[in-house]
Ligand binder design. Structure first.
Ligand code: C5P
Length: 236
């Protein structure tokens, strides 16, 4: 599978995202559309960005009873996106129902990726609020293994967890990794980070990069730098 850089288009409305994508001219980066934009603009924004020629990761993190997730995934499959996700916490049964709903009549479907434990959750919250007794590492590995068992394509994880996930679930199990920063850029609120080059050497399949590109002085150059480091595997 080809490595790729996915730009997290965390914009509040259609105007901002379209102005941003127009900067790229004929180049059509893979983009991630999240809840903020989707809930503001509806499915139409997905269709419009798709029509411009971009691949789309629709990051809506579904989590509900299996029947509801299956039916929601059926609706998403009709949007012709390339990747969608859900919470692995919904159980193997829910992930399998999602796969069923996502598969179109002709047998094709978008990639289905699982969120293990959100990186915003700390150890104290894991133990005291969620009452999960394992370590964060054990929880991430367990949920990744459940995702593999359910037959979904991979998980979202920190680049620092990706090698362990690959070791436990196999090389072809996809790792989608946010938490990417250039060595000379701000960390913002991300803590477990690597550069695009380091993510490449670890063997991540997709990196998700938001602010280092969207808030750069020159977003097109920042995107090119990500491709250079991650896809070409060269340090900058
Ligand atoms: O701006 P930044 O590069 O930090 O953006 C990362 C993107 O990846 C954001 O859209 C964020 O919501 C998403 N993400 C994350 N950590 C996770 C899951 C998703 O940063 N564990």
């Amino acid at each position: 599978m080809k490595k790729d850089v996915i730009i997290a288009c965390d914009f509040p409305s259609k105007k901002e995202v379209m102005d941003f994508l127009n900067l790229f001219g004929k180049e059509k980066p893979y983009v991630k559309i999240g809840m903020e934009l989707f809930y503001a603009e509806g499915p139409d924004i997905v269709k419009q960005i798709k029509k411009k020629g971009h691949k789309i990761f629709l990051d809506l993190k579904l989590h509900d009873i299996p029947n509801t997730v299956e039916r929601a995934m059926r609706s998403l499959s009709l949007l012709d996106v390339d990747m969608v996700n859900l919470h692995t916490l919904g159980t193997v049964k829910m992930m399998q129902a999602a796969l069923k709903g996502l598969t179109r009549e002709d047998g094709t479907r978008p990639l289905l990726i699982g969120v293990t434990m959100l990186t915003s959750i700390n150890n104290q919250e894991l133990h005291e609020e969620l009452m999960i007794s394992g370590t964060m590492d054990e929880v991430v590995m367990n949920y990744s293994t459940l995702a593999l068992k359910a037959g979904i394509d991979g998980v979202v994880c920190s680049p620092l967890e990706a090698a362990k996930v690959k070791a436990a679930c196999g090389k072809s199990f996809i790792t989608v990794t946010p938490g990417i920063r250039f060595k000379d850029s701000k960390k913002d609120d991300q803590s477990r980070i690597t550069t695009p080059f380091e993510a490449s050497t670890i063997g991540c399949d997709y990196i998700v990069v938001g602010r280092p590109i969207t808030q750069a002085q020159d977003p097109v150059a920042a995107y090119a730098r990500c491709l250079y480091e991650f896809v070409e595997g060269k340090e900058s």
